[in-house]
Design a protein around this ligand. Sequence first.
Ligand code: ZN
Length: 188
Amino acid sequence: MFDPVQHLQKGDGLLIIDVQWDFCPGGLLPVPEGDRIIPVVNKWTEAALKNDIPVYFSRDWHPIAHISFKERGGDWPPHCIQDTDGAQFHPNLYMDRRILVITKGVRFDQDQNSVFDQTGFGHQLDHDGVKRLWVGGLAQDVCVLKSVLDARSSGLDVGVIREATRPIKEESGRRAIEEMIKAGATII
Ligand SMILES: [Zn+2]
């Protein structure tokens, strides 16, 4: 395991995407081994907070019968429905009041796979002076991919923490890594 402290410097931020019950084994839209990332994520979170690096946790937070669900013609089984147990952050995830939570997926008319999509997150990163974003979370081939691509488009340096993310499908996970590298992200 990489030592996060070696990587973290002033101007960095840590973004951990959607480490919620429903995306872990036993949840409604489980990512294989999704919970295995938690010890790595916790190590990064604690190191970042100790070094005054801002930490952001996003959560998928859908209305009942969201447009992204199969019953409405979307791609996914129902998941992360607002205020349900499945929508909570995984209980083993290290939490701290300094962590900013970003809520996405609340729109009735569309999905928001990227943490940057209409959340104002880019504005917050500017405010916090973040120039480089370290990214982990779920799922590697969906929300992590889309968020990393948006981060790169907005001119941020991006490091993806390989051990802190897992894909829904192995093959699309591999493609996601290739796409992120092509977009200029560093994979560690
Ligand atoms: Zn969702």
